[in-house]
Design a protein. Structure first.
Length: 153
C-alpha cells in the first residue's frame, strides 16, 4: 500500500512542478505585454553604435483647428520632438519636415476636442502619429515621439 501512495505522491509532485512552470511562463508573458520586461531602446548591431546617444529633432510648433462638427471653433497647439538613434538621420528628417507637418496637421484636423482629454488620449495620439511618421520616414528609425507642448482651446 505504501507503493501506491508513493506513486500517487510522485504524480502530484509532477503536476505541481508543471503548474508552477506554467505560472512562471504566464507571469513572464504578462510582464512582457504589460511593459515591465523587454521594452528597452532598440539597439543596432553596427560597430560603435553603443556609444552613440539618441538625437532629438524638433519639429516647428503647429496650430490646427479641430473637427467640432459646426459647433464653436476649437484649436490645438502642439510641439513635437522626434527621437532617432543616429545623428546621420537628422538631415533626412529635416528634408521631410514639410510632409511631416502635413501628416500631423491632417490627423489633428480629423480629431474632435473631446478625443484629446486625458492621458490615455495623449497616448493614442502619440501612437497614431508615430505610425504615420514611421511610414513616411521608412528607412529612418524613429524611436520615440515626445510632446513638449499640447494645448487644446
Amino acid at each position: 500500500m505504501s507503493d501506491t501512495k508513493a506513486k500517487g505522491g510522485g504524480k502530484k509532485r509532477i503536476i505541481l512542478i508543471v503548474a508552477l512552470m506554467l505560472m512562471l511562463v504566464g507571469a513572464g508573458v504578462g510582464a512582457s505585454f504589460g511593459g515591465f520586461i523587454g521594452h528597452g531602446q532598440k539597439h543596432s548591431t553596427a560597430a560603435g553604435s553603443d556609444s552613440e546617444k539618441p538625437v532629438l529633432v524638433d519639429l516647428p510648433d503647429m496650430v490646427s483647428n479641430l473637427d467640432t462638427g459646426g459647433r464653436r471653433v476649437s484649436f490645438v497647439k502642439i510641439h513635437v520632438k522626434l527621437q532617432v538613434m543616429h545623428a546621420a538621420d537628422v538631415p533626412a528628417i529635416k528634408e521631410a519636415e514639410p510632409e511631416l507637418l502635413d501628416i500631423v496637421q491632417t490627423y489633428l484636423r480629423e480629431m474632435r476636442p473631446e478625443e484629446l482629454h486625458g492621458g490615455e488620449a495623449t497616448y493614442r495620439l502619440r501612437e497614431a502619429l508615430m505610425n504615420r511618421i514611421d511610414a513616411r520616414l521608412a528607412p529612418v528609425e524613429v524611436t520615440d515621439l515626445l510632446f513638449t507642448q499640447l494645448l487644446v482651446q
